[in-house]
Design a protein around this ligand. Structure first.
Ligand code: ZN
Length: 451
């Protein structure tokens, strides 16, 4: 197939793919605990039907000990052709009204800007539809063996890592295509090459044996909340750069995000500054970040005029590509223990951690992906990072150590607002991605495709 033909086919498929997307967005497939299971189960069977229809005739819901089942299927390619594994997920984030949606999150809504709004329109039902379109380009007979995994618990306590470890034979391949990312801006292609890791812990600060009368003792006896606040304040410098010495920092030479796009995607309040200094790409994808994400202390309603003896805060630290979670955690512990104010007692309990991920970018799959993006978007792709952590990638690499990872998708950073209110996708982005994925399969399996 030639590029022109692939483009024309993708354009022709779009109306029916967008109809699929509309139907899928209407299913609130929230796999979080406490949400009704019926829509998630319905989404699993819809996904199964859709992937069977495009050519994964043996697709099935895999049995898992806990949670919603992943959908797995395989289309065998010509003898001796490479094996490519496609990944997407069918569950979505919740969309509570307090997020401030301007249209119903469960009704796919086209707006004047050409985008389609709704929870999951981009993350990751847009990615799922892109895979469907890619296989339909080849009328269900791709030029290589294609395996497909669509998981149902990506946004919550995923069961897929365990599944992969228990069924490594299902995941052997030469290339993974993870369609759950996005360009920084629409029409400007990037390949995601690095992901930060993370370390979470709970820090407990104690200053008193028991609560004390604040009038009798305040002024000389330290309360634990103020001690914790002072301790947390040492984690950053005045500009907001992480100030823990000894943490790993990586170099960043890839694409950058403009402060305007970043502000717009983050809904930072007017007048509130961005933290840190230097290029945003370096801050978001190559540097550590640390946030306090929870605190246990007396609530305002239950407060009285007493000094608080003990408080706990949960800290989440993102760690740079190339960093070791154990080492970064030890560095954080050293910092917290050595910066406790007024001799306050500090105890740190680790909760969990995920390793960062760095894609190998010098293999034949990557070269094919770059060429495919160049042809699909009409410009050469840059490289971007992702600030989030996907521990699954590490597990996949363990079962398919030689495989290359291509990470991309229809979730543009500037406007898609994934996980937030008014999530949306640009259908043109889905269309270009389908062209890129089809070209990637063709070039990886057969060789260069002429224009
Ligand atoms: Zn996602």
């Amino acid at each position: 197939m030639q590029v022109q033909e692939i483009r024309a086919k993708a354009a022709g498929l779009m109306p029916s793919l967008l109809a699929d997307l509309e139907r899928l967005v209407a299913i609130p497939s929230i796999a979080f605990p406490g949400y009704p299971p019926e829509p998630v189960d319905r989404m699993a069977s819809e996904t199964l039907q859709l992937v069977r229809d495009v050519g994964f005739t043996n697709a099935r819901l895999m049995s898992v000990p806990r949670g919603y089942p992943p959908v797995y299927g395989e289309i065998p390619g010509p003898e001796g052709s490479p094996v490519v594994m496609l990944y997407a997920h069918y569950d979505v984030q919740p969309a509570p009204p307090e997020q401030g949606w301007t249209t119903d999150p469960w009704t796919a809504t086209s707006k004047d800007d050409g985008r389609i709004y709704g929870r999951g329109a981009a993350d990751d039902k847009g990615g799922l539809v892109s895979h469907l379109g890619t296989i339909r380009i080849f009328d269900g007979k791709p030029p290589c063996t294609v395996r497909l995994i669509v998981e149902g618990m990506e946004e919550t306590e995923s069961n897929l890592e365990t599944f992969v470890t228990e069924h490594p034979e299902l995941f052997g391949c030469d290339m993974f295509i993870v369609c759950d990312m996005g360009n920084l801006r629409v029409g400007e292609p990037v390949l995601t090459t690095v992901l930060r890791g993370d370390v979470a812990c709970v820090v407990t600060v104690r200053t008193l044996e028991h609560p004390l009368h604040s009038g009798v003792f305040g002024g000389a006896a330290p309360d634990a909340m103020i001690a914790l606040a002072r301790l947390l304040a040492t984690l950053h410098d005045d500009e907001g750069n992480v100030a823990i010495s000894g943490l790993t920092r990586a170099q960043w030479q890839g694409a950058d995000l403009s402060p305007e796009d970043f502000r717009a995607s983050a809904d930072i309040l007017d007048g509130v500054h961005l933290t840190g200094s230097g290029a945003l790409g370096a801050r978001l994808w190559a540097s550590p970040a640390i946030s306090a994400i929870g605190v246990d202390m007396t609530s305002i309603a239950e407060s009285s005029n007493v000094l608080i003896p003990e408080v706990r805060a949960k800290l989440l630290m993102r760690i740079a590509p190339g960093a070791e979670p154990d080492e970064e955690f030890a560095t954080l512990v050293d910092h917290l223990e050595s910066h406790a104010p007024w001799g306050a007692k500090v105890e740190i309990r680790r909760i969990d951690s995920g390793a960062p991920f760095v894609c190998k970018t010098d293999g034949p799959g990557y070269a094919a992906a770059r060429a495919a993006m160049q042809q699909a978007y009409g410009r050469s792709p840059g490289e971007a990072g992702s600030g989030g952590t996907i521990p699954l990638l590490q597990t996949l690499m363990e079962v398919a150590p030689e495989a290359e990872f291509v990470l991309w998708g229809p979730e543009d950073v500037a406007a898609a607002r994934i996980h937030s209110s008014d999530e949306s996708v640009d259908p043109a982005e889905i269309e270009r991605l389908i062209v890129a994925q089809a070209l990637l399969l063709e070039q990886f399996a057969v060789g260069p495709v002429s224009g």
